[in-house]
Design a protein around this ligand. Structure first.
Ligand code: FEO
Length: 391
């Protein structure tokens, strides 16, 4: 790989993964993902995070070439989820004297995953510094962004923040590594999808981390997924701030589960009523076709949500249940909510959605619309109230 220098003697040694279909074996990767790792060459050299095991055969030789006969002294583990840590075992085989730098939560988790010797561990505390020679690293504890042990590493001399999952995106780095080399429009959806799917559950902790970093000068952000922000780091900081405050845009997401097409007709009907009232961002999803990952992304983006489900064996359609389950886990807040459904011989879908709304603490804007059999205009009248109130 061509040498990519972020700043003097700081190198990008990450890789693109275009083969994996599901991140964490859950989230689709239509545009792939990058695992970013960084090498700081100094009197004492340090590698910041590793890669997913098997994602790059050349990783060690690339590090070796850049070190040019020099020693690797430290591996900084900002976060030990396997997409960043699963090369540690093999790295230690090549560099057995390396010190693995983490905090008081890191090592217990590392030992649960890998066979490592505590002799290799170097524990650091919040605010502690590590002198590499010309460069100095400072460690900032940012728990739960995304796991309890997560921390960031700040390079003091050039104000570079190695932020791990924070400020990351899905999507491979197709030639371009830096924010000024990309058209961010391509990444913005994937950045929000990454945030809402992976980090969003811990939005309050993201806010704490942002507030902790607010007085720190940041020239470059080097996340562990997606572009390196060297020209406009404020852009991704402000997006993460917006998403973690649950600030939404005007728009309505309508997701439906329909076995025979009746509930789908209801979705189209209410969407038309909303469009007539001037709302331009309306997104309709069939939960049997679209993975919850993408629906969740739009729900994070827009302020209003309408869910509709047919009944299925006296309860809700399983694919809608699956979406509701993901929403409960990842917990987007402050939504206006409407619900509807249909049934043939017994209800179940709407009843489930009512309980779901209570658990989510979303505001139900009007009475649910529930009908039997095939919809007609008379049965749809109650949608007028839903369409009026949801906006
Ligand atoms: Fe990219 Fe939480 O790992």
């Amino acid at each position: 790989m061509k040498k990519i220098e972020i700043s003097e003697n700081i190198f990008y040694v990450g890789v693109n993964d275009r083969r994996k279909t599901l991140f964490e074996n859950i989230w689709p990767l239509p545009k792939g993902v990058s695992y970013n790792s960084y090498l700081i060459k100094d009197s004492k050299s340090a590698l910041i995070d590793t890669l997913e095991f098997g994602s790059n055969d050349d990783y060690l030789s690339q590090i070796d070439q850049l070190l040019d006969g020099g020693k690797l002294d430290y591996l900084i583990v900002n976060h030990m989820e396997p997409d960043h840590s699963s090369m540690i075992g093999i790295l230690l085989k090549f560099y057995p004297d390396i010190k693995v730098v983490g905090n008081n939560k890191t090592f217990k988790m590392l030992e649960a995953y890998y066979t490592l010797s505590p002799n290799n561990f170097l524990e650091v505390a919040d605010g502690e510094e590590l002198d590499l020679g010309n460069r100095k690293l400072k460690f900032v504890m940012t728990p739960w962004v995304h796991w309890p042990e997560t921390m960031m590493t700040y390079e003091v001399n050039s104000s570079i923040l190695f932020s791990c999952d924070a400020f990351g995106t899905f999507g491979t780095l197709d030639g371009a590594i830096f924010d000024d080399e990309i058209n961010f429009e391509f990444y913005e959806e994937e950045a929000r999808r990454y945030y809402s799917n992976i980090v969003g559950k811990y939005s309050n902790m993201t806010q704490k981390a942002l507030s902790k970093l607010s007085g720190t000068k940041v020239n470059i952000i080097c996340p562990s997924h997606g572009p390196v922000w060297r020209s406009n780091p404020a852009k991704i900081i402000s997006l993460y701030d917006k998403w973690s405050r649950y600030e939404s845009e005007e728009g309505v997401v309508i997701a439906f589960a329909s076995m025979y097409g009746n509930t789908e007709k209801m979705a189209d009907y209410v969407a038309r009523l909303i469009a007539e009232r001037g709302i331009k961002n309306i997104r309709i999803y069939d939960v049997s076709k679209t993975h919850p990952s993408f629906i969740l992304n739009d729900i994070w983006k827009y302020g209003s949500v309408i869910l509709g489900s047919c009944a299925y064996n006296a309860t809700i359609h399983p694919n809608m249940e699956s979406l509701c389950n993901e929403l409960e886990i990842l917990n987007p807040k402050n939504k206006k909510f409407g619900l509807f459904g249909s049934f043939s011989w017994s209800g179940g879908g709407v009843k489930f959605l009512k309980c779901f709304a209570e658990k989510m603490e979303w505001t139900i804007v009007s009475e649910p619309v529930e009908l039997i059999g095939i919809p007609n205009e008379a049965k749809m009248e109650k949608f007028e109230e839903l369409a009026k109130n949801i906006i």
